[in-house]
Design a protein around this ligand. Structure first.
Ligand code: SF4
Ligand code: SF4
Length: 441
């Protein structure tokens, strides 16, 4: 069903569009309905980043708040029926996404220092342990402070992995390593991990009612599940006491992961990177980033990454990287530039743009003409705001997958293809063939 809307009293029975009509009673057509849905999904992602920023820099959110309320108003019944205005509002949401990611990135580096590359133990756990999942670095710092000297080790899960790169977080000796992969492995993971598990943002998997680990699950702020324990007013004592009462965990998979290539660190390598691009040692950058989701469709991104020629650099962020971050990509031949750069969490996606801007300025070449391919995975609404942010910056030729978003219809996909050259992913090797620039002899 391309048209569906039930937001007002004029709705036809079961919602405008539910019986096949392409225009609602008020005159809203299917394209406007889809664009308004896209706005709202973008706002959901924006609101999450706004909340993360608000926790650290509460006075920095005014413009983002204004765009959010204005955009919600825009989608009210009978406010606007103009297609171009809808696209302009969508770009406004995207620009607010750029702003919030930039501010959040600066708030993180201002508070926790600029990340530097680090190898992190993966699935190596000992003793009484807390596993922290989500995206909230501020909460992690508070937890590290509260647990210092208490005989508890802290481990990261999924999007918390990049925390290890920040100097002000990794200075805590009891921040040990990372456990598990992207967010959706929680149920299986908690069979092996015997300590407590805290989720501080979205991407919690609700345990089944009879799951024997519910009593070990804690949630923070807005996150909640039936049977879990909420951490209130940053009082970590109930979590600490529960952790001390849990069995010790002993895991050792003898693996490591690399993270900490924040764009501010990468920019310090700019002269070497530029020399490598100009001399042909680096043929192309591949931004392979985004949210991961259960199922085999995400294998596309691993196939793409592992088939890249040795003279290509992968730039990644978000939890989609767990599809391929176990691979040792080494360095670009004749340089010390790593072939795998983990910018950080999904909100650190702005780093790819900052790197592109720096290369663009140095080479005096428009960003869309640089040797940079962008292949994104989307799962939920944080990825939607990232995509809108890239569109608002005029970035083109993005490949998006692994499945087309259901909230856009064919007309809107055609519009995005025409105006932004947006592609949907297909076969990884065939897409790679299309994206790969021919080697300069
Ligand atoms: S806003 Fe328009 S399309 Fe939506 S339910 Fe009301 S009449 Fe129907
Ligand atoms: S990158 Fe997306 S899917 Fe992954 S944990 Fe973050 S919000 Fe969730």
């Amino acid at each position: 069903m391309s048209m569906f809307c039930y937001q007002c009293e004029m709705s036809t029975p079961n919602g405008c569009g539910s019986t096949g009509a392409t225009v609602g009673t008020c005159g809203k057509d299917e394209n406007l309905a889809r664009l308004q849905d896209t706005m709202i999904f973008g706002l959901k992602g924006l609101s999450a980043y706004r909340e993360h920023l608000n926790a650290i820099e509460p006075r920095a959110t005014k413009n983002v708040d204004d765009v959010m309320s204005e955009t919600l108003y825009f989608t009210l019944t009978n406010v606007n029926f103009n297609f171009d205005d809808h696209i302009a509002q969508l770009m406004k949401v995207g620009s607010a996404g750029v702003e919030v990611m930039d501010k959040l990135s600066n708030a993180h580096t201002g508070k926790f220092g600029i990340p530097t590359p680090i190898r992190v133990d993966q699935n190596k756990v000992e003793g009484k342990a807390i596993l922290v999942s989500g995206h909230d670095l501020d909460m992690l710092e508070k937890l590290l402070q509260a647990t210092e000297g208490r005989g508890i080790n802290i481990y990261t899960h999924s999007e918390m992995l990049p925390a290890h790169g920040y100097p002000e977080l990794r200075k805590y000796a009891h921040l040990k390593g990372n456990v598990g992969k992207a967010w959706f492995d929680q149920v299986e993971l908690l069979k092996r991990f015997k300590g407590t598990f805290v989720v501080n943002t979205n991407c919690i998997v609700p345990p089944k009612k009879n799951a024997d680990y519910i009593e070990r699950v804690f949630t923070y702020k807005i996150v909640g599940i039936e049977g879990g324990t909420q951490i209130v007013n940053d009082d970590f004592e109930p979590l600490i006491q529960k952790t001390l009462a849990c069995e010790e965990t002993n895991m050792d998979d003898n693996l490591t992961l690399t993270t900490g290539h924040h764009y501010k660190t990468i920019l310090t390598l700019a002269p070497q990177i530029l020399e490598a691009v100009q001399s042909g040692k680096i043929r192309q950058f591949f931004v392979i980033a985004g949210c991961d989701a259960p199922g085999s469709a995400g294998n596309y991104y691993r196939e793409m990454a592992e088939n890249l020629p040795e003279d290509c650099v992968i730039i990644t962020s978000s939890c989609g990287k767990f599809r391929f971050n176990d691979i040792d990509f080494g360095t670009i031949a004749g340089t010390e530039i790593p072939r795998y750069l983990d910018l950080g969490q999904c909100n650190d996606s702005n780093g790819a743009v900052e790197i592109a801007k720096a290369i663009s300025g140095a080479l005096d070449t428009p960003i869309n003409d640089l040797p940079i391919a962008i292949v994104l995975s989307w799962m939920e609404q944080k990825a939607v705001i990232i995509l809108l942010a890239l569109f608002s910056l005029g970035i083109q030729d993005i490949y998006l997958g692994p499945k087309p978003p259901q909230f856009v219809n064919e007309d809107i996909m055609n519009f995005l293809a025409e105006h932004f050259n947006l592609h949907l992913t297909g076969d990884a090797k065939e897409d790679l063939e299309k994206l790969l620039l021919k080697k300069v002899a």
